[in-house]
Design a protein around this ligand. Structure first.
Ligand SMILES: Nc1ncnc2c1ncn2[C@@H]1O[C@H](COP(=O)(O)OP(=O)(O)OP(=O)(O)O)[C@@H](O)[C@H]1O
Ligand SMILES: [Mg+2]
Length: 467
């Protein structure tokens, strides 16, 4: 790139130099040509003294040394009066005498014997040579070239100016080259740094480290990309954490009944003469634990199925009111045992297009929770009504309620408010998360309202069957 800038500078310098010279050449040529016309008759007459006078005065006017050569190239007259009789063979003279040109011009470096300073490209050269311009014109009389006029004029100043100009050009272009290099470097840093950061982040993530975040910087699009990356890694991190949590919770839930069963089975093995009633009691407990285990496993299966999104809903036209009545009937014996009342307030015309067994699971889980967590002689109210295009199904009780701080987690897997008490009641904390997933799957929404000590209300919204 530096080289191309240098070439450019020299080229532009050359162009400017040419135009500077051109003016000078044109001026020299025209004055020399008109002088040649003027002296032609004098030369033809061989009036030497008149010629001498004319040349000296013209040489002074033109600001240079004037020479008159005969058609053989021999100097006839020299306005400096130094080299009469010498034969000159400069190409500019040859082109007039041999090639028949009218005028010609050339620049030569001449030995002057005086030392001069020529500065070019930061260097100063001391030299005794100086630049001179040779302008020649043929003196024509009666279509014959009878002599050649040669004007030797100093062009040292023009050359020096030209060198300076060239130097300045080179400097300017060098400055431009350096600035553009710096700009390009800064620009590439600005562009590549965020990309490098992003790249590091992606590599970290590919190694399983989801805590990787990148700095949001750079241009608009880079910032967007960085933000998108951060939000993606954040989501992956939470997903990863919840998956780990889920696996550890699930294994813990499965281990507890297994451990209980192991103890009981071991007692049965090592105490062969155990009392028959006690033995039956142990067997019943083992049987219950097995039921619990299989319930957990089937709940887990349901959840895993829903996670992998390959649940198929076998939809049909259903009356929610009927489903609620069926579930109330199923739960009535337990409620009776606890002296609880189940109150139904159902608007009949609420039909939905849904999967029967899944919707049943939703209703059962919510009503079962209400019965299970409400103290003896509590009241469980179940209502159903239309609201616009939705069916609103509410299960409320006057039980212990759910503390505010637990509400945001109530639909999480394995989440139980009172860990010890609900496990006693056979709960695994999967019921509500299944309900939540199922409601979403049906295009509905679920919410909970509760005040501690005053009961809880679960509100399910389901889109009504249209048409
Ligand atoms: N009606 C309610 N009143 C008070 N607390 C409730 C009520 N419903 C649920 N909870 C609380 O929310 C927790 C989560 O309920 P969820 O139905 O998910 O699990 P579970 O009932 O413990 O177990 P599972 O339903 O899987 O047998 C319960 O452990 C309980 O602490
Ligand atoms: Mg439950």
């Amino acid at each position: 790139m530096g080289l191309s800038f240098y070439v450019m500078a020299t080229w532009v310098g050359g162009m400017v130099g040419d135009s500077l010279f051109e003016q000078r050449i044109r001026a020299d040529r025209t004055s020399l040509e008109s002088l040649a016309v003027r002296i032609a008759p004098t030369l033809a007459e061989s009036d030497a003294p008149a010629l001498q006078r004319q040349l000296i005065s013209a040489g002074g006017e033109l600001g240079g040394r004037l020479l008159l050569l005969d058609p053989n190239g021999k100097v006839q007259l020299d306005s400096y009066g130094e080299i009469q009789g010498t034969r000159l063979e400069y190409p500019e003279i040859v082109s007039i005498l041999v090639k028949g040109q009218n005028v010609d011009y050339g620049v030569h470096e001449l030995e002057t014997g005086v030392s001069l300073d020529t500065s070019h490209l930061l260097f100063t050269r001391r030299t005794t040579a100086a630049w001179v311009g040779y302008c020649t014109a043929g003196v024509v009389y009666a279509s014959d070239v009878i002599g050649v006029l040669l004007l030797v004029s100093p062009v040292q100043e023009i050359m020096q100016n030209l060198y300076q100009l060239q130097d300045q050009m080179v400097m300017i272009f060098a400055a431009i080259a350096v600035t553009s290099l710096i700009c390009a470097w800064i620009f590439s840093r600005v562009i590549t740094r965020p990309i490098a950061g992003l790249n590091r982040g992606i590599q970290k993530m590919s190694k399983g480290d989801f805590s990787a975040r990148v700095k949001v910087r750079g241009s608009g699009e880079m910032k967007q990309l960085a933000r998108a990356f951060n939000s993606m890694s954040e989501k992956l991190e939470t997903l990863d954490q919840s998956r780990n949590q889920f696996v550890s919770n699930a294994s813990h839930e499965l281990k507890t009944p297994l451990a209980t069963m192991k103890i009981m089975i071991e007692s049965l093995i090592y105490q062969p003469d155990m009392d028959k009633n006690l033995r039956t009691e142990f067997m019943t407990d083992i049987n219950n634990e097995i039921d619990r285990l299989s319930a957990i496993v089937s709940d887990l299966l349901t959840l895993v199925q829903m996670d992998s999104q390959n649940v198929k809903l076998t939809r049909e036209n259903l009356s929610i009111a009927q489903l609620i009545k069926d579930n109330a009937h199923r739960l009535q014996p337990i409620a009776n045992q606890k002296g609880q009342k189940i109150v139904l307030q159902l608007q009949d015309s609420c039909d939905v297009y849904a999967d029967k067994s899944k919707l049943n699971q939703v209703i059962y889980n919510l009503m079962e929770n209400a019965v299970k967590y409400t103290q003896a002689s509590g009241v469980i109210k179940v209502s159903l009504q239309r609201q616009g295009r939705n069916a609103i199904f509410k299960v409320s009780d006057n039980g212990p309620g759910i503390p505010k701080e637990n509400l945001p987690h109530i639909f999480d897997r394995f989440y139980r408010v009172d860990k010890a008490r609900s496990r006693e009641k056979g709960g695994t904390g999967l019921g509500l998360s299944i309900v939540h997933q199922l409601v979403l799957l049906h295009g509905g929404a679920i919410n909970v309202e509760s005040e501690e000590g005053r009961g809880a209300t679960f509100i399910v919204e389901l889109p009504l069957h249209q048409g």
